[in-house]
Every structure is written in structure tokens, then in C-alpha cells.
Ligand binder design. Structure first.
Ligand SMILES: Cc1cc2nc3c(=O)[nH]c(=O)nc-3n(C[C@H](O)[C@H](O)[C@H](O)COP(=O)(O)OP(=O)(O)OC[C@H]3O[C@@H](n4cnc5c(N)ncnc54)[C@H](O)[C@@H]3O)c2cc1C
Length: 397
């Protein structure tokens, strides 16, 4: 295949924005790759259903990109990542042929599941044009609280207790240090600080469930228990949807607040939850020692063992100083991630920037298998060259 048909496919993705069919009884949807995530969420919500993948970029990112990066977001601990939502795919292969597998089955054990090859593949094996996705009942009741606590270790203990005592009603558990709330207020100056004084860390906790599940009562009993154990020092419980939205604005606004601080080191790593608190402490100590004038910010979906450890340099830092900090700070983080048997990319993928670090950390056999798959699907390296897989090795005899 020449490069031209591939280019035409990419261009025509711009037009692939339709929701082809919502099957309410089967709780599934067939949607084209160019549909914006928020559009899909809103369309299925109008039919009483939920598409649970939810993230900061949902107003602009598209289903094809979400599948190709195996996007996660705030609801993973209850519903799983994008991979868990995919029932079938439609994909254009590198030779221009169309593979149509838009099945809507919960069970389909006909050998190797080829859908899985294209999920998180960052477009290097084929171009996803449509997907059949699983839907869920829309939660009828939602209870939201912002907990104030001393340490990341306490946050992990609270998470484990919530898992044991409340099970699947926990739909979000987001850790934020105090600096995150400050950043959110920098971006959204009207956002009122919800506590009388500042605390070291906060957890945004959300319980949700069906009509007969009293999640508000469950949250209130759970909070009493963790307060008695000394795991939280203060808390705010949303009394209305607008109060819950205001609490979520701290989580959403902090991204914009960080962006306003200019170019800086951002990471997206994961470690087993059992080692998370220790990992964060080690990484923060090492980064602060190396960059004493910078602010370190550790936050994220810690119920998934996923933490973003970002470094905000002082305002006067030059562009060159910022780039140098990104390179050496990333090395520091990756070394500690490796020590804790973690991943240097929990959610955002490898792309081009993390490819060398990825290659350095994986087993040679892992790399060999990746190259083998790439050769099988795209021997001429037409699709996303340079991304994820090093095709120089792939094309050599
Ligand atoms: C503010 C913000 C918050 C975020 N929060 C989260 C978060 O909480 N969790 C999380 O997981 N991610 C998060 N992300 C990253 C997010 O996962 C990605 O931005 C999104 O899933 C990718 O979708 P996109 O449409 O932007 O894809 P793009 O960025 O356009 O593409 C991503 C990759 O997929 C490939 N690709 C795109 N479309 C196709 C297709 N149709 N077929 C084959 N390959 C394709 C591209 O070539 C590229 O390699 C965040 C991003 C932002 C900006």
C-alpha cells in the first residue's frame, strides 16, 4: 500500500463523528472514531445510560484516540479503562483493507481477541474507524465529599477501608495536595476554599449507585468510621449537585492552573497500591533535593495506583532550565518507578517522547514480540512511524 490511501483514511476520520446506534436493551453503542467523548457521554445519558470513561480532555478528545491510548480517567476503579468498554472494533489496516468486527457481545471466546491488539496501540497497527462499546446503568444517586488528611499513607488506608466496607459504590477517589487547590483557585478565582484552614492533602471521594442504594447514608457512616480512626482531620460533604460540582472544580481547575505555570515536568506513573505511599515519599524527597527552588505536586487516581508527580519550577526559570529539569527529573522518577516494579506510563501511553525510556525498561523478549506484531500488520512502517515501536529494528533482516 502506498502512503496516499493511509493519508486519505486519516483525513476522512474528520467526518467519522456519528453515533451509529444505541442499543438500550443490550446496553451498548456503536460509535465512529471521530465522535468527541463528551458527545457520546451526553447522548447515552439522555437514554438513561452511562459511558463511564471520563477525563479532563473529554470536551475535545475523540473515541478513536481514547481507544488507541486506552484512556483511563476518574472512574477506572469502578468501571475499568477504555479496554474494558470495548466489545468490538472496525479498523482500516495498513494495506487499506477494512476489518469489521462491531460485535456487541459480553462473551465471545472465539480464540485470540484481535480487538485487544488495537487498544492502546497508539495507531501503529491500524486506524480505528468505529467501535462497539459497553454501556452501564446511569447512577441514580451520587454522594460526594472532600476529605482533609495528613498524608498519602492515610489516603491509601482510607481507600483500602472504602474498598472493604463499601465495595463497588466507590466511583472516584482522587488525591490532591494543598498546592492542587491553590492552582485550581489561580485558574478559577471565584472558587471558594471549602475549609477553615489549609491541610496537607485532600481526597475527593464519590460514591454512586442505583435507586435503592442509600449511598448518602453509606458515605456518612464511612466518614464517621475514618474520623474515629484518626484518618481524616476535616471533611466537607456536598449537599446538592451544585456543591458537588464545586468540589469537582478543584480537581478540574488544577490542570488549567498548572498550565498557567508554564512548561514543566509532568509524569504519569503507576506502582502497586501497597507501595504507593512509600513511592511518592521517595520520589518527592529525591526531586526536592535535586530542585530545591521548585514545587513538587503529587496527585491522581490513587485507587488505581496511578499518580502524577509534577515539578513546578520558579516563575523566573528560563525555557532551557525548564527543559533540563524535565529530562533529569524524569530520570529520577523513572528510576524509582522501576525500583517499585511500576510503569512509566499509567494512562497516557508511550508515543515518541517516552519511547527510549520504555525500550530501556522492557525485557528484550517483550520488544521482540512487539516488533513481530508490527511487522505482521505494517511491514512498511506506514502507520505512525517513530511512535511506540522502533521500526529501525523492525525493518532490519
Ligand atoms: C486536560 C487533559 C486531561 C487528561 N486526563 C487524562 C486522564 O485522566 N486519563 C487518561 O487516560 N488520559 C488523560 N488525558 C490524555 C487522554 O487520554 C488523551 O488526550 C485522549 O484519550 C486521546 O484522545 P485524542 O482524541 O486526544 O487522541 P490524539 O491525541 O489525537 O491521539 C492519541 C494517539 O492515538 C492515535 N489515534 C488517534 N485516533 C486514532 C484512530 N482513530 N485510530 C488509530 N489511532 C488513533 C494517535 O495517532 C496518537 O498516537 C488527558 C489529556 C488532557 C489534555
Amino acid at each position: 500500500m502506498s502512503a496516499e490511501p493511509a493519508a486519505k483514511i486519516i483525513l476522512s476520520l474528520e467526518r467519522l463523528k456519528q453515533i451509529r446506534c444505541i442499543d438500550v436493551e443490550n446496553s451498548s453503542v456503536v460509535v465512529e472514531a471521530g465522535c468527541v467523548l463528551a458527545t457520546l457521554q451526553n447522548e447515552v445519558a439522555a437514554k438513561g445510560l452511562l459511558f463511564p470513561v471520563s477525563l479532563g480532555a473529554e470536551g475535545s478528545c475523540q473515541i478513536g484516540g481514547n481507544i488507541s491510548t486506552n484512556a483511563g480517567g476518574i472512574n477506572v476503579l469502578r468501571y475499568g479503562m477504555m479496554r474494558e468498554q470495548v466489545l468490538g472494533l472496525e479498523v482500516v489496516l495498513a494495506d487499506g483493507r477494512l476489518w469489521q468486527n462491531l460485535k456487541a457481545l459480553r462473551k465471545d471466546n472465539r480464540g485470540i481477541d484481535l480487538n485487544q491488539l488495537f487498544i492502546g496501540a497508539e495507531g501503529v497497527l491500524g486506524v480505528v474507524t468505529a467501535a462497539s462499546l459497553r454501556l452501564w446503568p446511569k447512577p441514580f444517586r451520587v454522594a460526594t465529599a472532600l476529605l482533609a488528611l495528613e498524608s498519602v499513607a492515610d489516603a491509601v488506608r482510607i481507600y483500602q477501608l472504602a474498598r472493604q466496607q463499601c465495595g463497588d459504590v466507590m466511583t472516584a477517589f482522587e488525591l490532591m495536595p494543598h498546592l492542587a487547590l491553590v492552582l485550581a483557585q489561580e485558574a478559577l478565582p471565584d472558587l471558594a476554599f471549602p475549609f477553615g484552614s489549609a491541610h496537607k492533602n485532600y481526597v475527593l471521594l464519590e460514591f454512586s449507585g442505583a435507586e435503592l442504594l442509600d449511598v448518602e447514608q453509606m458515605l456518612s457512616v464511612f466518614m464517621e468510621r475514618i474520623f474515629e480512626r484518626g484518618l481524616i482531620v476535616d471533611a466537607v460533604v456536598a449537599q446538592s449537585t451544585s456543591q458537588a460540582d464545586a468540589l469537582w472544580k478543584f480537581r478540574e481547575g488544577m490542570n488549567e492552573g498548572q498550565a498557567r505555570r508554564g512548561v514543566h515536568l509532568r509524569s504519569d506513573v503507576s506502582v502497586p497500591i501497597s507501595g504507593l505511599a512509600e513511592f511518592v515519599q521517595q520520589a518527592e524527597v529525591a526531586l526536592q533535593a535535586r530542585f530545591p527552588a521548585s514545587e513538587i505536586l503529587s496527585y491522581g487516581h490513587i485507587g488505581d495506583g496511578n499518580v502524577h508527580i509534577n515539578v513546578l519550577p520558579p516563575a523566573e526559570a528560563s525555557h532551557e532550565q525548564r527543559l533540563a529539569q524535565i529530562i533529569s527529573g524524569t530520570d529520577i522518577i523513572n528510576t524509582i518507578v522501576h525500583k517499585y516494579s511500576g510503569s512509566i506510563s499509567a494512562e497516557h501511553g508511550i508515543g515518541r517522547l517516552k519511547r527510549h525510556a520504555f525500550e530501556e525498561q522492557i525485557d528484550p523478549l517483550h520488544n521482540e514480540m512487539l516488533l513481530c506484531i508490527k511487522r505482521g500488520f505494517d511491514s512498511q512502517n506506514l502507520l505512525n512511524p517513530g511512535c511506540l515501536i522502533n521500526m529501525v529494528d523492525c525493518t532490519s533482516p
